[in-house]
Each structure stands twice: as C-alpha cells, then as structure tokens.
Design a protein around this ligand. Structure first.
Ligand SMILES: NC(=O)c1ccc[n+]([C@@H]2O[C@H](COP(=O)([O-])OP(=O)(O)OC[C@H]3O[C@@H](n4cnc5c(N)ncnc54)[C@H](OP(=O)(O)O)[C@@H]3O)[C@@H](O)[C@H]2O)c1
Length: 340
C-alpha cells in the first residue's frame, strides 16, 4: 500500500468480481473520498496490479477481457496471486468460488491473508463455513474486526447485521429459507413441474448454477447455516450441519398440497440442533408464503417462559444484491479505518 492510498484487491474476476469493479468505477468519487483505489484484480490465470491504483480506464478495459484472461492480458502477470501483493492494512474483496475443502489453496490463502493483517470483504462462504474461529476472532463488529461478510448470507437483506444487533438477547431458535434456488424449484413444483423440469427452468432463468449440486444437495444452505450459527454464538463448521438433499424430498408435493401444506427447504438452528432439510410448513407460518427466489428467517428470542419471533424476508443472493452488500461492507470498513 502506498502511504496515501488504501489499496483494494479484487480476488476473483467472474460474475461478482466484475460487477463489483463496475460498481466501483461508477461510484469512484465515493472511493476517492477515502483515498481508496483498486490496486489489483485476479482470476485463476494471474492478475493485473499497480501499487498506485489501477486507472479507471484500465479497469474498464479489463472488464472486456474474457474469463481466465487476466494473466495473459496486455498489462497482466501470469501466475501471480493476491497473496503476493496484499499486505497489512490493505483490503481484499474475496469473490472466488466457494469450495468446501479446508486444504484448497483458496481457503488456505484466505487464512494467510487474515494472519497478515489484511482486511477481507467477502461473498465466499466456504472459508467461514469451514473455520468458525475466523468469524469468532475477526468477524465480530469492534476494534478487531478484519472480516466483513454480510454478502455471504441473505446478501439482499441485512441478516448478519441484524443478528449482531441482537447481541445480548437470548436467541433460542432460528428457522430460515436461505437458499433461493431450492425455494424457486419448490415453488415451480407446487405448480405441477417435476423436480427435473423445475431445475431445468431455474437454470434457464439464471437462478440455478449450471452445476446445481451445491444448491440441491444442500451445501449452500448448510454453509449459510454454519455461518449464522456461529454469528449467533453456537460456533459450527459446515460438517456439523446435518444435510438432507432436496432431491430426497421425493414426490410428496401433491399429497402436501391436499393437506394444505407446502414443502420448504428449511434451515433449523438451535444450540443443540443444526439441520437443513425439506420440511412441510403450515399456512399459519409466514415461511409458507415465501415463494420464488426470496429468502426469509424467523428468529425466536426468549421471553420469560415463552419466546417471541422476529421475521425478516427479502432477496437472498444474486448478482446485484451481492455486489451491493460487498460495496456497503467496503464503505463501512473504509469509514472505520478513517476513524482510527
Ligand atoms: N453469483 C452469485 O449470485 C453469488 C451470490 C452470493 C455469493 N456468491 C459467491 O461469490 C463468489 C463468486 O461467485 P461468482 O458467481 O462470481 O463466481 P464465478 O463467476 O465462478 O467467478 C469466480 C472467479 O474466481 C476466479 N478464481 C478461481 N480460482 C481462483 C484462484 N485460485 N485465485 C484467484 N481467482 C480464482 C475465477 O477465475 P476464472 O475466471 O479464471 O475461472 C473467476 O474469475 C462465490 O464464492 C459465490 O459462492 C455468488
């Protein structure tokens, strides 16, 4: 980092990384107020770096470079990684793929960056779902916060910030719909689609990934469950969350419809239990009415012998909500750094 600039490095130049850079270019006046510049962007082939900050015109040109093309672009360096450049006090916007293997280089680098004293703003769930200690040590708001991760769960709706705002209250249970793809598929199945046709339609409409295993086998929901559980004070890794894939829901939808229930892909968390599974829901529950690619959460808080409930519903991930959450976390971090 040069003495005047705060350097932001964008690690991952796919869907989200490019949309983030586009947003920063549009909002560059705001970044300049904080003397912040984008000093590097990286994909799996290498990166483009400038310690003084990449000019906005160069960043605009890089948005035209094809996938995996940064290393071999005119100004690129093959084989370099964000770890070679980001240093104490810099910011890394971490938007590489979520890979649920603690030994994977992306997850090891994430830990190394934090240990170096780098600030991280992330949409990548895996490093945090694999290592709850990172959230406990560096994710809590306060002077030690080095990881900002509101883009990882319900990015379009400020769930993580709400949960931190509830600190000191006794949360007893959480029931949530945290995976937009499965909610979308189940809504279509209610309308008569088979599981396979609903999945195909969700893929055609860009809701589900070309490889939907992370969603329909429950990895995405389980990762989010682990992150939420850790934030609430029940530290859990993804492997601690029982995961029942959606495909095992079978053909009970019609039967449930006759019984006036709906199948939902539910995250259930308490101190003793962490599970993601298809579950029938009654019309009396607000979760019954949450359809398509929306997310929602019920937070149950102790109230004497009983519990009261907070209900939050809104957009989950997706390109725009995720990038907005990353940008908002970045501005929060820059404001905090300015006060130090
Ligand atoms: N897409 C969404 O709506 C959404 C919503 C919420 C959260 N997220 C999370 O955000 C992250 C990014 O998602 P995405 O949709 O942008 O994925 P994506 O389009 O697949 O982009 C991933 C980027 O990471 C790069 N990459 C892969 N391995 C790398 C490495 N070792 N070092 C540096 N870069 C590497 C890829 O490089 P190449 O281009 O060379 O392959 C690509 O540029 C994921 O963790 C995802 O779970 C996404």
């Amino acid at each position: 980092m040069s003495s005047n600039n705060i350097c932001i490095y964008v690690n991952g130049f796919g869907n989200i990384g490019r949309a983030f850079v586009e947003l920063v270019i549009n909002e560059h006046n705001l970044l300049e107020v904080f003397n912040a510049r984008i000093c590097g962007v990286f994909d799996s082939s290498g990166g483009v770096v400038s310690a003084q900050g990449l000019k906005w015109e160069i960043l605009k040109e890089l948005l035209k470079v094809p996938r995996s093309g940064l290393g071999s672009s005119m100004v690129g360096r093959k084989g370099v990684s964000v770890l070679d450049f980001a240093d104490e006090g810099d910011i890394v916007v971490e938007v590489t793929p979520s890979i649920y293997d603690p030994e994977h280089q992306i997850n090891r680098n994430f830990v190394k960056l934090v240990e170096k004293g780098v600030y991280i703003v992330t949409a990548n769930k895996a490093p945090l779902a694999l290592n709850p200690g990172l959230i406990r040590s560096y994710g809590m708001p306060g002077p030690n916060q080095r990881i900002y991760f509101s883009a990882t769960v319900m990015a379009g709706t400020p769930l993580i910030n709400l949960l931190y705002g509830l600190r000191g209250r006794n949360i007893v249970k959480i029931r949530a719909l945290l995976n937009a793809t499965t909610n979308y598929i189940l809504t279509l199945m209610e309308q008569g689609y088979s599981f396979e046709d609903a999945l195909k339609k969700a893929q055609e409409e860009g809701i589900a990934e070309p490889n939907p295993a992370l969603d329909v086998e429950g990895w995405d929901a389980a990762a989010k469950a682990a992150i939420v559980s850790t934030v609430v004070g029940w530290p859990r890794k993804i492997e601690d969350v029982v995961r029942i894939p959606l495909a095992e829901a079978g053909s009970g939808i019609e039967y449930l419809k006759r019984a006036k229930k709906r199948l939902k892909y539910m995250v259930i968390l308490s101190e003793r239990e962490a599970i993601v599974k298809p579950e029938p829901v009654d019309p009396e529950s607000k979760l019954y009415h949450v359809a398509w690619n929306y997310n929602a959460v019920e937070i149950w808080i102790e109230f004497g012998e009983n519990a009261y409930k907070i209900f939050l519903e809104g957009p989950g991930g997706g390109r725009k909500p995720t990038v907005d959450a990353l940008f908002s976390d970045t501005i929060t971090l820059l404001s905090t750094l300015r006060q130090q």
